[in-house]
Design a protein around this ligand. Structure first.
Ligand code: P6P
Length: 331
């Protein structure tokens, strides 16, 4: 039963017994992400007013132009997580290598690592379109107290203990799962509190929205071209509609609420796909599956892809079960 007066903090306490690991640490983890989300939200919302929009002139390791808010968000999430003394390692889209907290605090006994895309969809910042933060949480595999290792980050998506996103949209929402369903919390900016607004989110089994950048059509694999034509065929009793915001969190969130499929195939420019496995596709896939949807690279469930590189990319198809299965029929 949804209680919209329940705050995120109260929800975590109420449900921490369902988290199979030490509840206190998870609560601290989600609470530190909540704090960072409020700080970043404040900057995103006023970005138009101060000189924080625009490019820093630097490039991140993806050789994408870094927007100032990207850098700001990255620094805030890392600082909040380090200061709260909760995790032993952090990996970020904006950082070439992972950050070992152990090297900062030798007594670090923390068990969790976080992978994060601090500001996804950043190319939309200057045009005032929704952007988001995506996070993925694992328990470390290496010995507690030792230096965190690359293998702590290269874990199967299926082994995530929690994952979520913040969407800085018409309202700011934090959506996350710890493996017991998906819940959404909406920020009341007047008092800076997230309230439980969406209980046990589930993706409709079918839908009519397909989200893809059709500008790359000529480069798509044949099965994707066939699926797009299937969606556009006259005979459909309810015509499909194409919706593409160009911000993964926003496109996925809409599809989760209304039903739909998001597609980012490989292209000539990105032969392995554009989206990153560890801090974009795996967390979204975990949420998608928890909400009753499917997330695949076309051939394999995203959560079962063995990671080899911190910033590796993958083709990504996710959303309503029937729509993803319809797509796979064309493979
Ligand atoms: P394109 C944003 O840069 C992003 O990483 C995702 O949020 C989004 O889904 C995708 O890239 C958009 O890419 O090539 O269609 O602009």
């Amino acid at each position: 039963m949804l209680n919209k007066n329940l705050t995120l903090g109260e929800f975590i306490i109420k449900n921490q017994s369902s988290f199979k690991y030490s509840s206190g640490e998870l609560s601290s983890l989600i609470n530190s992400i909540r704090l960072a989300a409020k700080i970043v939200n404040h900057e995103v919302n006023k970005a138009g007013l101060v000189d924080i929009i625009g490019e820093t002139g630097d490039e991140n390791i993806q050789s994408e132009k870094q927007q100032k808010l990207d850098v700001y968000a990255n620094n805030k999430f890392i600082k909040t997580l380090v200061n709260r003394n909760i995790v032993c390692g952090i990996a970020s889209e904006e950082e070439e290598n992972f950050i070992s907290i152990n090297s900062i605090d030798k007594k670090n006994q923390n068990k969790y690592i976080v992978l994060i895309d601090p500001l996804d969809g950043s190319s939309n910042i200057d045009v005032n379109v929704s952007v988001g933060t995506i996070f993925s949480i694992y328990r470390r595999k290496s010995k507690i107290g030792s230096e965190v290792e690359l293998n702590d980050f290269l874990q199967f998506g299926r082994d995530q203990v929690a994952a979520g996103y913040i969407i800085y949209g018409t309202s700011t929402m934090l959506v996350y799962t710890t493996g017991n369903g998906v819940n959404g919390f909406t920020l009341n900016p007047a008092i800076g509190t997230f309230y439980h607004s969406h209980s046990n989110l589930s993706i409709p089994k079918d839908g009519k929205i397909y989200s893809i950048n059709e500008g790359n059509y000529l480069q798509f694999p044949e099965f994707v071209k066939k699926y797009i034509k299937f969606c556009q065929e006259e005979k459909n009793e309810r015509p499909y509609t194409s919706r593409y915001i160009g911000s993964l969190v926003s496109d996925f969130h809409r599809n989760m609420i209304k039903g739909g499929i998001f597609l980012y195939p490989q292209t000539l420019k990105n032969p392995n796909g554009k989206l990153r496995l560890l801090y974009e596709c795996n967390p979204i896939a975990f949420i998608c599956e928890q909400a009753g949807g499917i997330a695949t690279n076309g051939y394999k469930n995203i959560l079962d892809i063995e990671p080899e590189l911190l910033h590796q990319r993958t083709p990504f198809y996710c959303g309503s079960e029937k729509m993803v299965k319809d797509l796979q029929k064309f493979i």
